[in-house]
Design a protein around this ligand. Structure first.
Ligand code: MBD
Ligand code: FE
Length: 282
């Protein structure tokens, strides 16, 4: 068999990997009977309401049934939920934070990335393509006090929009790392700028997008989870000002506070983006 490359990525393979990752995480919290009753009843009633208001036909009902079955067959429930639903869950979960804004985690986080020092280069291929990026900043608490030894977990797509462990042919931890900030809470992470991410066209989510006449894109982004002892972990994404789809993210996960302003580095060899994180007490 010839070696597969990231261009051979399929919706079903990345869906299966994302589904397995989610199931391995375990810990789906037990939800009380009262909450399940209330939430399930209201979701079902909301669907009934749409059917009545729009006079949904049996053909449309069967198309929905076929599509829902296909979402499961393709393993695309994590992708579907994280693209179309998670942003509101995140909004509600973090509405009382004083510190940095969060954003959705998405389906492609993997715990246990290589641990790296405060001044670090993410694991990447010798010939990794893309504009070099120095991503630097400082982690503080809400009073401005430095948080020495904070952890910045970072993961992002490559210059073609693919994530390691969710597309074939990529080194396991490519463009993923867990950086420990220095004694002032500072970090300097060398990587490359990711490309925008396109929802796979060959799966159920892609089918919905084309059937609805939507576009399939998320703007280029860096994912982070920033944490420090005694403080709440924040999950966020950072975007690049002026980039494609920053104003038009299919996952609706962009916030103005999360847009980086990269500047050309002094040596002309890439960009530098500076961004600080403020963690709420736990
Ligand atoms: C992504 O890269 C992502 O971050 C989200 C939220 C959904 C799909 C792909
Ligand atoms: Fe992503």
């Amino acid at each position: 068999m010839t070696q597969l490359s990231e261009y051979d990525a399929t919706a079903a393979a990345s869906g299966a990997a994302a589904t397995k990752r989610f199931q391995d995480k375990g810990g789906a919290a037990s939800t009380s009977t009262e909450r399940v009753d209330m939430l399930a009843t209201e979701v079902v009633e909301a669907v009934h309401d749409v059917i009545r208001r729009h006079k949904v036909t049996y053909e449309e009902y069967d198309a929905l049934k076929a599509w829902l079955i296909q979402v499961g067959a393709d393993g695309e429930w994590p992708l579907f939920l994280d693209v179309w639903i998670e942003h509101v869950v995140e909004e509600v979960a973090n509405e009382n934070r004083e510190g940095s804004k969060g954003s959705i985690e998405g389906p492609y986080y993997v715990p246990g990335a290589p641990e790296l020092p405060a001044d670090a280069t993410l694991p990447m291929r010798d010939d990794e393509q893309g504009t070099p990026l120095l991503f630097q900043g400082q982690v503080t608490d809400v009073s401005g006090a430095e948080l020495p030894g904070a952890t910045i977990e970072i993961w992002h797509a490559d210059d073609h929009g693919f994530y390691s462990q969710y597309a074939p042919g990529l080194p396991e931890w490519n463009l993923r790392g867990a950086v420990t900030a220095d004694e002032h809470g500072r970090f300097r992470i060398t990587t490359i700028q990711p490309a925008p991410y396109e929802i796979p066209k060959d799966g159920a989510c892609g089918k919905l997008i084309s059937a609805a006449g939507w576009h399939a894109w998320r703007p280029a982004h860096l994912h982070v989870k920033v944490s420090a002892p005694g403080h709440q972990l924040i999950t966020a994404q950072l975007y690049f000002r002026g980039g494609d789809y920053v104003d038009n993210d299919i996952a609706q996960a962009v916030k103005p506070e999360l847009i980086l302003d990269p500047v050309a580095s002094a040596d002309g060899g890439g960009n530098v983006a500076t961004h600080d994180f403020v963690l709420d007490p736990s």
